[in-house]
Design a protein around this ligand. Structure first.
Ligand code: ADP
Ligand code: F6P
Length: 476
Protein backbone atom coordinates (compact mmCIF):
# COMPACT_ATOMS: atom_id res chain seq x y z
CA UNK A 1 0.00 0.00 0.00
CA UNK A 2 1.19 3.50 -0.89
CA UNK A 3 1.24 5.63 2.27
CA UNK A 4 1.61 9.22 3.27
CA UNK A 5 1.53 10.90 -0.10
CA UNK A 6 1.62 14.73 0.07
CA UNK A 7 0.01 15.15 -3.37
CA UNK A 8 -2.81 12.89 -4.52
CA UNK A 9 -4.89 12.99 -7.68
CA UNK A 10 -8.20 11.12 -7.72
CA UNK A 11 -9.75 10.43 -11.13
CA UNK A 12 -12.19 7.86 -12.44
CA UNK A 13 -9.45 6.31 -14.53
CA UNK A 14 -5.76 5.73 -14.05
CA UNK A 15 -3.58 7.20 -16.81
CA UNK A 16 -3.12 3.66 -18.13
CA UNK A 17 -5.62 0.93 -19.03
CA UNK A 18 -4.88 -2.73 -18.50
CA UNK A 19 -4.96 -4.62 -21.82
CA UNK A 20 -4.80 -8.34 -22.44
CA UNK A 21 -3.73 -8.37 -26.09
CA UNK A 22 -0.82 -6.95 -28.02
CA UNK A 23 -2.47 -3.61 -28.74
CA UNK A 24 -0.13 -1.03 -30.28
CA UNK A 25 1.29 1.46 -27.76
CA UNK A 26 1.01 -1.12 -24.92
CA UNK A 27 3.85 -1.41 -22.40
CA UNK A 28 4.63 -3.99 -19.73
CA UNK A 29 5.11 -3.11 -16.02
CA UNK A 30 5.50 -5.79 -13.35
CA UNK A 31 4.29 -8.50 -15.74
CA UNK A 32 1.11 -6.60 -16.69
CA UNK A 33 0.29 -4.98 -20.07
CA UNK A 34 -0.87 -1.35 -20.10
CA UNK A 35 -1.53 1.37 -22.60
CA UNK A 36 -2.37 5.06 -22.10
CA UNK A 37 -6.07 5.48 -21.35
CA UNK A 38 -8.20 7.67 -23.62
CA UNK A 39 -9.27 11.28 -23.19
CA UNK A 40 -8.13 14.78 -22.46
CA UNK A 41 -7.98 14.37 -18.68
CA UNK A 42 -5.13 11.87 -18.91
CA UNK A 43 -3.28 13.84 -21.61
CA UNK A 44 -3.34 16.91 -19.37
CA UNK A 45 -2.65 15.40 -15.96
CA UNK A 46 0.04 12.88 -16.85
CA UNK A 47 2.83 15.49 -17.25
CA UNK A 48 1.65 17.29 -14.08
CA UNK A 49 1.90 14.12 -12.00
CA UNK A 50 5.30 13.24 -13.48
CA UNK A 51 6.52 16.67 -12.36
CA UNK A 52 5.06 16.44 -8.84
CA UNK A 53 5.81 12.70 -8.37
CA UNK A 54 2.32 12.36 -6.98
CA UNK A 55 -0.02 9.46 -6.32
CA UNK A 56 -2.88 8.80 -8.76
CA UNK A 57 -5.96 6.92 -7.58
CA UNK A 58 -8.25 5.50 -10.28
CA UNK A 59 -9.70 2.54 -12.11
CA UNK A 60 -7.64 0.30 -14.39
CA UNK A 61 -10.32 0.18 -17.10
CA UNK A 62 -11.30 -3.50 -16.53
CA UNK A 63 -13.99 -4.79 -14.17
CA UNK A 64 -12.89 -7.03 -11.32
CA UNK A 65 -10.49 -6.88 -8.37
CA UNK A 66 -8.02 -4.00 -8.51
CA UNK A 67 -4.37 -4.83 -9.21
CA UNK A 68 -1.77 -4.01 -6.51
CA UNK A 69 -0.43 -0.42 -6.57
CA UNK A 70 2.39 0.02 -9.10
CA UNK A 71 4.47 2.77 -10.62
CA UNK A 72 4.56 4.21 -14.16
CA UNK A 73 6.83 7.14 -15.16
CA UNK A 74 7.50 7.89 -11.47
CA UNK A 75 3.78 8.21 -10.68
CA UNK A 76 2.45 5.93 -7.94
CA UNK A 77 -0.76 4.37 -9.21
CA UNK A 78 -3.36 3.09 -6.77
CA UNK A 79 -6.06 1.09 -8.58
CA UNK A 80 -9.66 1.10 -7.33
CA UNK A 81 -11.91 -1.94 -7.83
CA UNK A 82 -15.00 -1.60 -10.00
CA UNK A 83 -17.18 -4.69 -10.31
CA UNK A 84 -19.19 -5.47 -13.46
CA UNK A 85 -22.23 -3.94 -11.73
CA UNK A 86 -20.29 -0.80 -10.80
CA UNK A 87 -19.13 -0.38 -14.39
CA UNK A 88 -22.68 -0.75 -15.62
CA UNK A 89 -24.33 1.48 -13.03
CA UNK A 90 -21.76 4.03 -11.84
CA UNK A 91 -19.65 4.42 -15.04
CA UNK A 92 -21.88 3.59 -18.01
CA UNK A 93 -25.09 4.53 -16.21
CA UNK A 94 -24.95 7.52 -13.87
CA UNK A 95 -21.68 9.01 -15.19
CA UNK A 96 -22.13 8.51 -18.91
CA UNK A 97 -25.86 8.17 -19.51
CA UNK A 98 -27.09 10.70 -16.92
CA UNK A 99 -24.48 13.31 -16.06
CA UNK A 100 -22.47 13.40 -19.32
CA UNK A 101 -25.44 14.20 -21.59
CA UNK A 102 -27.04 16.54 -19.03
CA UNK A 103 -23.86 18.62 -18.63
CA UNK A 104 -23.43 18.75 -22.43
CA UNK A 105 -26.63 20.71 -23.09
CA UNK A 106 -28.68 17.49 -23.07
CA UNK A 107 -27.74 16.93 -26.74
CA UNK A 108 -28.87 13.37 -26.05
CA UNK A 109 -31.60 12.93 -23.44
CA UNK A 110 -30.17 12.14 -19.98
CA UNK A 111 -31.51 8.92 -18.48
CA UNK A 112 -32.37 8.84 -14.77
CA UNK A 113 -32.25 5.57 -12.78
CA UNK A 114 -32.34 5.20 -8.99
CA UNK A 115 -30.01 2.20 -8.90
CA UNK A 116 -27.40 4.12 -10.93
CA UNK A 117 -27.49 6.95 -8.38
CA UNK A 118 -26.99 4.51 -5.52
CA UNK A 119 -24.02 2.92 -7.29
CA UNK A 120 -22.55 6.37 -8.01
CA UNK A 121 -22.71 7.22 -4.29
CA UNK A 122 -21.21 3.90 -3.26
CA UNK A 123 -18.36 4.07 -5.76
CA UNK A 124 -17.63 7.72 -4.91
CA UNK A 125 -17.27 6.62 -1.28
CA UNK A 126 -14.77 3.96 -2.35
CA UNK A 127 -12.61 6.57 -4.12
CA UNK A 128 -12.87 8.89 -1.10
CA UNK A 129 -11.74 6.08 1.22
CA UNK A 130 -8.80 5.25 -1.03
CA UNK A 131 -7.75 8.92 -0.98
CA UNK A 132 -8.19 9.13 2.81
CA UNK A 133 -5.88 6.11 3.18
CA UNK A 134 -3.01 7.31 1.00
CA UNK A 135 -2.98 11.06 1.74
CA UNK A 136 -0.35 12.28 4.22
CA UNK A 137 -1.47 14.60 7.05
CA UNK A 138 -2.31 18.01 5.57
CA UNK A 139 -1.85 16.67 2.02
CA UNK A 140 -3.29 18.26 -1.11
CA UNK A 141 -5.88 16.07 -2.83
CA UNK A 142 -7.03 17.01 -6.31
CA UNK A 143 -10.27 15.32 -7.40
CA UNK A 144 -11.12 15.22 -11.09
CA UNK A 145 -14.28 15.40 -13.14
CA UNK A 146 -17.96 14.57 -13.21
CA UNK A 147 -17.65 10.92 -12.23
CA UNK A 148 -16.48 11.91 -8.72
CA UNK A 149 -18.56 14.92 -7.70
CA UNK A 150 -19.48 13.47 -4.29
CA UNK A 151 -15.89 12.72 -3.31
CA UNK A 152 -14.91 16.20 -2.01
CA UNK A 153 -17.57 16.20 0.75
CA UNK A 154 -17.04 12.53 1.60
CA UNK A 155 -13.30 13.00 1.86
CA UNK A 156 -13.63 16.15 3.97
CA UNK A 157 -15.74 14.21 6.44
CA UNK A 158 -13.14 11.43 6.65
CA UNK A 159 -10.08 13.71 6.61
CA UNK A 160 -10.78 17.33 7.62
CA UNK A 161 -7.02 18.01 7.67
CA UNK A 162 -6.72 17.80 3.87
CA UNK A 163 -6.63 20.60 1.34
CA UNK A 164 -9.16 19.56 -1.29
CA UNK A 165 -9.40 20.78 -4.87
CA UNK A 166 -11.89 19.68 -7.52
CA UNK A 167 -11.65 20.30 -11.26
CA UNK A 168 -14.49 19.70 -13.69
CA UNK A 169 -13.17 18.89 -17.19
CA UNK A 170 -16.58 19.13 -18.86
CA UNK A 171 -19.08 22.02 -19.00
CA UNK A 172 -21.11 22.89 -15.91
CA UNK A 173 -24.70 23.44 -17.02
CA UNK A 174 -26.97 26.40 -16.36
CA UNK A 175 -29.33 26.11 -13.36
CA UNK A 176 -32.36 25.03 -15.46
CA UNK A 177 -30.56 21.94 -16.73
CA UNK A 178 -28.75 21.06 -13.49
CA UNK A 179 -32.07 21.14 -11.62
CA UNK A 180 -33.31 18.11 -13.61
CA UNK A 181 -31.05 15.84 -11.56
CA UNK A 182 -32.94 14.01 -8.82
CA UNK A 183 -29.60 13.95 -6.95
CA UNK A 184 -29.02 17.69 -7.41
CA UNK A 185 -28.62 18.75 -3.78
CA UNK A 186 -26.33 15.85 -2.98
CA UNK A 187 -24.13 16.64 -6.00
CA UNK A 188 -23.93 20.31 -5.09
CA UNK A 189 -23.07 19.53 -1.46
CA UNK A 190 -20.52 17.01 -2.71
CA UNK A 191 -18.71 19.67 -4.74
CA UNK A 192 -18.93 22.20 -1.89
CA UNK A 193 -16.78 19.80 0.15
CA UNK A 194 -13.79 21.16 -1.81
CA UNK A 195 -11.81 24.28 -0.91
CA UNK A 196 -11.50 25.20 -4.58
CA UNK A 197 -13.82 24.14 -7.40
CA UNK A 198 -12.28 24.73 -10.84
CA UNK A 199 -14.05 24.96 -14.19
CA UNK A 200 -12.94 25.32 -17.80
CA UNK A 201 -14.78 28.60 -18.33
CA UNK A 202 -15.87 31.62 -16.34
CA UNK A 203 -19.49 31.06 -17.34
CA UNK A 204 -19.39 27.58 -15.75
CA UNK A 205 -18.04 29.01 -12.48
CA UNK A 206 -20.85 31.60 -12.58
CA UNK A 207 -23.41 28.82 -13.13
CA UNK A 208 -22.05 27.05 -10.05
CA UNK A 209 -22.09 30.12 -7.80
CA UNK A 210 -25.65 30.98 -8.85
CA UNK A 211 -26.76 27.41 -8.38
CA UNK A 212 -25.41 27.29 -4.81
CA UNK A 213 -27.34 30.47 -4.00
CA UNK A 214 -30.48 29.20 -5.72
CA UNK A 215 -30.53 25.68 -4.30
CA UNK A 216 -29.02 26.12 -0.82
CA UNK A 217 -29.22 29.88 -0.29
CA UNK A 218 -25.42 29.90 0.04
CA UNK A 219 -24.23 33.53 -0.09
CA UNK A 220 -21.26 34.49 -2.24
CA UNK A 221 -19.21 37.54 -2.86
CA UNK A 222 -16.98 37.72 -5.93
CA UNK A 223 -16.26 34.08 -6.52
CA UNK A 224 -16.10 32.94 -2.89
CA UNK A 225 -18.99 31.13 -1.21
CA UNK A 226 -19.60 30.97 2.54
CA UNK A 227 -20.61 27.38 3.16
CA UNK A 228 -20.95 25.72 6.58
CA UNK A 229 -18.45 28.11 8.16
CA UNK A 230 -15.86 27.62 5.40
CA UNK A 231 -14.90 29.52 2.29
CA UNK A 232 -15.24 27.71 -1.02
CA UNK A 233 -13.76 29.38 -4.08
CA UNK A 234 -15.07 28.73 -7.60
CA UNK A 235 -13.08 29.93 -10.59
CA UNK A 236 -12.11 29.24 -14.20
CA UNK A 237 -8.86 27.44 -15.02
CA UNK A 238 -8.86 26.64 -18.75
CA UNK A 239 -6.93 23.42 -19.19
CA UNK A 240 -4.15 23.02 -21.73
CA UNK A 241 -1.61 20.60 -23.17
CA UNK A 242 2.09 19.88 -22.85
CA UNK A 243 2.92 22.26 -25.70
CA UNK A 244 6.65 21.43 -25.61
CA UNK A 245 5.96 17.71 -25.99
CA UNK A 246 3.75 18.23 -29.04
CA UNK A 247 6.23 20.65 -30.61
CA UNK A 248 9.10 18.22 -30.04
CA UNK A 249 7.11 15.40 -31.59
CA UNK A 250 6.16 17.53 -34.58
CA UNK A 251 9.80 18.57 -35.07
CA UNK A 252 11.04 14.99 -34.92
CA UNK A 253 12.36 13.96 -38.38
CA UNK A 254 10.74 10.53 -38.05
CA UNK A 255 7.35 12.12 -37.39
CA UNK A 256 7.81 14.51 -40.33
CA UNK A 257 8.75 11.59 -42.54
CA UNK A 258 5.68 9.71 -41.36
CA UNK A 259 3.51 12.76 -42.14
CA UNK A 260 4.80 12.78 -45.73
CA UNK A 261 4.15 9.05 -45.96
CA UNK A 262 0.57 9.56 -44.73
CA UNK A 263 0.00 12.19 -47.42
CA UNK A 264 1.44 9.93 -50.08
CA UNK A 265 -0.70 7.01 -48.86
CA UNK A 266 -3.70 9.31 -49.20
CA UNK A 267 -2.74 9.90 -52.84
CA UNK A 268 -0.94 13.23 -52.29
CA UNK A 269 -4.17 15.26 -52.29
CA UNK A 270 -4.13 19.05 -52.43
CA UNK A 271 -6.09 19.27 -49.18
CA UNK A 272 -6.12 16.84 -46.26
CA UNK A 273 -8.97 17.56 -43.85
CA UNK A 274 -8.62 15.87 -40.46
CA UNK A 275 -10.91 15.10 -37.52
CA UNK A 276 -9.65 13.39 -34.33
CA UNK A 277 -12.22 12.68 -31.62
CA UNK A 278 -13.44 10.08 -29.22
CA UNK A 279 -16.45 8.58 -30.95
CA UNK A 280 -18.83 10.69 -28.86
CA UNK A 281 -22.12 12.36 -29.82
CA UNK A 282 -20.94 15.65 -28.29
CA UNK A 283 -18.14 15.93 -30.84
CA UNK A 284 -20.31 16.79 -33.87
CA UNK A 285 -18.70 14.14 -36.11
CA UNK A 286 -21.91 13.53 -38.05
CA UNK A 287 -22.47 17.25 -38.68
CA UNK A 288 -18.92 17.59 -39.98
CA UNK A 289 -19.27 14.61 -42.31
CA UNK A 290 -22.51 15.98 -43.61
CA UNK A 291 -20.90 19.37 -44.32
CA UNK A 292 -18.12 17.60 -46.26
CA UNK A 293 -20.66 15.53 -48.22
CA UNK A 294 -22.66 18.61 -49.19
CA UNK A 295 -19.51 20.44 -50.34
CA UNK A 296 -18.65 17.44 -52.54
CA UNK A 297 -22.20 17.38 -53.87
CA UNK A 298 -22.12 21.16 -54.53
CA UNK A 299 -18.86 20.66 -56.46
CA UNK A 300 -17.04 23.09 -54.12
CA UNK A 301 -14.71 20.25 -53.10
CA UNK A 302 -13.81 17.18 -55.10
CA UNK A 303 -12.05 13.85 -54.66
CA UNK A 304 -9.11 13.10 -54.98
CA UNK A 305 -7.98 16.77 -54.59
CA UNK A 306 -9.57 16.84 -51.12
CA UNK A 307 -9.79 13.92 -48.73
CA UNK A 308 -11.03 13.68 -45.20
CA UNK A 309 -9.43 11.55 -42.49
CA UNK A 310 -11.66 10.94 -39.49
CA UNK A 311 -10.07 9.24 -36.49
CA UNK A 312 -12.84 8.14 -34.13
CA UNK A 313 -11.34 6.70 -30.97
CA UNK A 314 -13.42 3.85 -29.53
CA UNK A 315 -15.19 5.11 -26.40
CA UNK A 316 -17.83 3.87 -23.92
CA UNK A 317 -18.78 1.18 -26.38
CA UNK A 318 -21.41 -0.52 -24.23
CA UNK A 319 -23.44 2.66 -23.74
CA UNK A 320 -26.49 2.81 -26.02
CA UNK A 321 -26.06 6.43 -27.19
CA UNK A 322 -22.55 5.54 -28.33
CA UNK A 323 -23.63 2.40 -30.15
CA UNK A 324 -26.29 4.38 -31.99
CA UNK A 325 -23.78 7.09 -32.89
CA UNK A 326 -21.33 4.57 -34.30
CA UNK A 327 -24.01 3.20 -36.60
CA UNK A 328 -24.93 6.72 -37.78
CA UNK A 329 -21.33 7.83 -38.36
CA UNK A 330 -20.38 4.64 -40.21
CA UNK A 331 -23.50 4.88 -42.34
CA UNK A 332 -22.61 8.46 -43.29
CA UNK A 333 -19.00 7.49 -44.11
CA UNK A 334 -20.32 4.64 -46.30
CA UNK A 335 -22.74 7.00 -48.02
CA UNK A 336 -20.03 9.57 -48.81
CA UNK A 337 -17.61 6.94 -50.08
CA UNK A 338 -20.36 5.26 -52.07
CA UNK A 339 -21.33 8.54 -53.75
CA UNK A 340 -17.95 10.21 -54.21
CA UNK A 341 -15.17 7.60 -53.84
CA UNK A 342 -13.53 5.48 -56.52
CA UNK A 343 -11.76 2.13 -56.37
CA UNK A 344 -8.72 2.74 -54.16
CA UNK A 345 -9.70 6.42 -53.66
CA UNK A 346 -12.15 6.86 -50.79
CA UNK A 347 -13.37 10.38 -49.97
CA UNK A 348 -13.32 9.70 -46.22
CA UNK A 349 -10.72 7.56 -44.48
CA UNK A 350 -12.41 6.43 -41.30
CA UNK A 351 -10.21 5.00 -38.53
CA UNK A 352 -11.88 3.57 -35.43
CA UNK A 353 -8.61 3.04 -33.54
CA UNK A 354 -6.29 4.38 -30.85
CA UNK A 355 -2.89 5.73 -31.84
CA UNK A 356 0.44 6.56 -30.23
CA UNK A 357 1.27 10.22 -29.56
CA UNK A 358 3.78 10.21 -32.41
CA UNK A 359 1.28 8.85 -34.93
CA UNK A 360 -1.22 11.53 -33.83
CA UNK A 361 1.48 14.18 -34.23
CA UNK A 362 2.21 12.86 -37.74
CA UNK A 363 -1.50 13.11 -38.60
CA UNK A 364 -1.59 16.72 -37.34
CA UNK A 365 1.52 17.51 -39.43
CA UNK A 366 -0.09 15.91 -42.49
CA UNK A 367 -3.37 17.85 -42.24
CA UNK A 368 -3.99 21.14 -44.04
CA UNK A 369 -7.28 21.68 -42.24
CA UNK A 370 -8.28 20.39 -38.82
CA UNK A 371 -11.98 20.19 -38.03
CA UNK A 372 -12.95 20.40 -34.37
CA UNK A 373 -16.71 20.91 -34.36
CA UNK A 374 -18.20 19.71 -31.06
CA UNK A 375 -21.79 20.59 -30.19
CA UNK A 376 -20.49 21.25 -26.68
CA UNK A 377 -17.05 20.54 -25.18
CA UNK A 378 -15.44 21.58 -21.89
CA UNK A 379 -12.19 22.51 -23.66
CA UNK A 380 -11.08 20.18 -26.50
CA UNK A 381 -7.39 19.45 -26.35
CA UNK A 382 -7.21 18.14 -29.92
CA UNK A 383 -7.65 21.73 -31.15
CA UNK A 384 -4.71 22.83 -29.00
CA UNK A 385 -2.58 19.84 -30.06
CA UNK A 386 -3.09 20.66 -33.74
CA UNK A 387 -2.01 24.26 -33.22
CA UNK A 388 1.05 23.19 -31.21
CA UNK A 389 2.07 20.68 -33.89
CA UNK A 390 1.96 23.12 -36.80
CA UNK A 391 5.15 25.08 -35.94
CA UNK A 392 5.70 27.55 -38.80
CA UNK A 393 3.89 25.34 -41.30
CA UNK A 394 0.53 27.06 -41.33
CA UNK A 395 -2.58 24.97 -41.62
CA UNK A 396 -6.06 26.01 -40.60
CA UNK A 397 -8.27 25.13 -37.67
CA UNK A 398 -12.05 25.05 -38.04
CA UNK A 399 -13.36 25.31 -34.49
CA UNK A 400 -16.81 25.17 -32.93
CA UNK A 401 -17.88 28.17 -30.86
CA UNK A 402 -19.14 25.64 -28.32
CA UNK A 403 -15.71 24.22 -27.48
CA UNK A 404 -14.03 25.82 -24.46
CA UNK A 405 -10.95 26.22 -26.70
CA UNK A 406 -12.84 28.81 -28.78
CA UNK A 407 -12.45 31.25 -25.88
CA UNK A 408 -8.68 31.21 -26.45
CA UNK A 409 -8.04 30.21 -30.08
CA UNK A 410 -9.71 33.25 -31.61
CA UNK A 411 -7.73 33.03 -34.87
CA UNK A 412 -9.38 29.73 -35.76
CA UNK A 413 -12.19 29.65 -38.33
CA UNK A 414 -15.02 29.67 -35.82
CA UNK A 415 -18.39 28.16 -36.61
CA UNK A 416 -21.68 27.11 -35.07
CA UNK A 417 -21.81 23.33 -35.64
CA UNK A 418 -25.62 23.37 -35.65
CA UNK A 419 -25.58 25.70 -38.65
CA UNK A 420 -24.53 23.43 -41.50
CA UNK A 421 -24.12 26.31 -43.97
CA UNK A 422 -21.92 28.05 -41.41
CA UNK A 423 -19.74 24.94 -41.04
CA UNK A 424 -19.44 24.62 -44.82
CA UNK A 425 -18.49 28.25 -45.13
CA UNK A 426 -15.86 28.01 -42.37
CA UNK A 427 -14.43 24.88 -43.97
CA UNK A 428 -14.17 26.55 -47.38
CA UNK A 429 -12.51 29.60 -45.85
CA UNK A 430 -10.02 27.29 -44.14
CA UNK A 431 -9.38 25.29 -47.34
CA UNK A 432 -8.80 28.45 -49.38
CA UNK A 433 -6.93 30.55 -46.82
CA UNK A 434 -3.89 32.36 -48.14
CA UNK A 435 -0.78 30.50 -46.78
CA UNK A 436 0.70 33.71 -45.37
CA UNK A 437 -2.55 34.48 -43.51
CA UNK A 438 -2.70 30.86 -42.26
CA UNK A 439 0.81 31.13 -40.80
CA UNK A 440 -0.04 34.44 -39.17
CA UNK A 441 -3.13 33.01 -37.50
CA UNK A 442 -1.26 29.90 -36.38
CA UNK A 443 1.60 31.83 -34.87
CA UNK A 444 -0.73 34.07 -32.82
CA UNK A 445 -2.43 30.95 -31.42
CA UNK A 446 0.91 29.25 -30.78
CA UNK A 447 2.17 32.25 -28.82
CA UNK A 448 -0.95 32.04 -26.67
CA UNK A 449 -0.48 28.31 -26.05
CA UNK A 450 3.18 28.64 -25.14
CA UNK A 451 2.19 31.00 -22.33
CA UNK A 452 -0.80 28.90 -21.30
CA UNK A 453 0.40 25.32 -21.31
CA UNK A 454 -0.64 22.52 -18.98
CA UNK A 455 2.12 23.29 -16.46
CA UNK A 456 0.76 26.85 -16.16
CA UNK A 457 -2.77 25.47 -15.75
CA UNK A 458 -1.75 23.10 -12.94
CA UNK A 459 0.38 25.61 -11.13
CA UNK A 460 -2.35 28.24 -11.35
CA UNK A 461 -4.89 25.82 -9.85
CA UNK A 462 -2.57 24.42 -7.19
CA UNK A 463 -1.27 27.84 -6.14
CA UNK A 464 -4.80 29.18 -5.78
CA UNK A 465 -5.64 26.10 -3.70
CA UNK A 466 -2.53 26.51 -1.55
CA UNK A 467 -3.38 30.17 -0.92
CA UNK A 468 -6.84 29.16 0.25
CA UNK A 469 -5.39 26.57 2.57
CA UNK A 470 -2.84 29.06 3.81
CA UNK A 471 -0.14 26.68 2.66
CA UNK A 472 2.64 28.08 0.53
CA UNK A 473 3.41 25.20 -1.79
CA UNK A 474 2.67 21.61 -2.70
CA UNK A 475 5.12 19.34 -0.96
CA UNK A 476 6.11 17.09 -3.85
P1 ADP B 1 -12.03 14.27 -24.52
O1 ADP B 1 -11.39 14.56 -23.21
O2 ADP B 1 -13.50 14.52 -24.53
O3 ADP B 1 -11.71 12.93 -25.06
P2 ADP B 1 -10.11 16.14 -25.78
O4 ADP B 1 -10.03 16.62 -27.19
O5 ADP B 1 -10.00 17.21 -24.76
O6 ADP B 1 -11.46 15.29 -25.64
O7 ADP B 1 -8.93 15.12 -25.51
C1 ADP B 1 -8.76 13.97 -26.28
C2 ADP B 1 -7.34 13.48 -26.06
O8 ADP B 1 -7.27 12.13 -26.53
C3 ADP B 1 -6.30 14.26 -26.85
O9 ADP B 1 -5.14 14.41 -26.07
C4 ADP B 1 -6.04 13.38 -28.07
O10 ADP B 1 -4.73 13.48 -28.57
C5 ADP B 1 -6.27 12.00 -27.52
N1 ADP B 1 -6.77 11.12 -28.58
C6 ADP B 1 -7.84 11.32 -29.35
N2 ADP B 1 -8.00 10.32 -30.24
C7 ADP B 1 -6.99 9.47 -30.02
C8 ADP B 1 -6.62 8.23 -30.62
N3 ADP B 1 -7.31 7.67 -31.63
N4 ADP B 1 -5.53 7.61 -30.13
C9 ADP B 1 -4.84 8.16 -29.11
N5 ADP B 1 -5.16 9.32 -28.51
C10 ADP B 1 -6.22 9.96 -28.95
O1 F6P C 1 -13.26 15.04 -19.50
C1 F6P C 1 -13.51 14.13 -20.46
C2 F6P C 1 -13.46 12.67 -20.04
O2 F6P C 1 -14.68 12.23 -19.68
C3 F6P C 1 -12.54 12.30 -18.92
O3 F6P C 1 -13.06 12.34 -17.63
C4 F6P C 1 -12.20 10.91 -19.33
O4 F6P C 1 -10.98 10.52 -18.83
C5 F6P C 1 -12.18 10.99 -20.83
O5 F6P C 1 -13.10 11.94 -21.18
C6 F6P C 1 -12.40 9.68 -21.53
O6 F6P C 1 -13.60 9.08 -21.15
P1 F6P C 1 -13.68 7.61 -20.52
O7 F6P C 1 -12.78 7.61 -19.33
O8 F6P C 1 -15.10 7.42 -20.20
O9 F6P C 1 -13.18 6.69 -21.59
Amino acid sequence: MVQGSPFVVVANRLPVDEVSDDTPAARTTGGRRWRPSPGGLVTALHPVLVEHSGTWIGWSGSPGPAPEPFEVDGIKLVPVTLTHDDVERYYEGQSNSTIWPLYHDAVEPPIYRRRWRDAYREVNRRYAKAAAEVAAPGATVWIQDYQLQLVPAMLREMRPDLLIGFFLHIPFPPIELFMQQPQRTEVLRGLLGADLVGFQQRLAAQNFLRLAKHLLGTPYSGNVLEYEGRKVKADAFPISIDVGEMQRLADNPLVRERALKIRSELGDPKTVILGVDRLDYTKGIEHRLKAFRELLADGKLSVPESVMVQVATPSRERVEHYQALRVKVEREVGRINGDFGRVGVPAVHYLHQSYSRSELAALYCAADVMMVTPLRDGMNLVAKEYVAARAEHGGALVLSEFAGAAGELRQAFLCNPHDLDGVKEALMRAVNVDPHEARRRMSVMQRHLRRHDVAAWASDFLQTLAEIGNTTEIRA
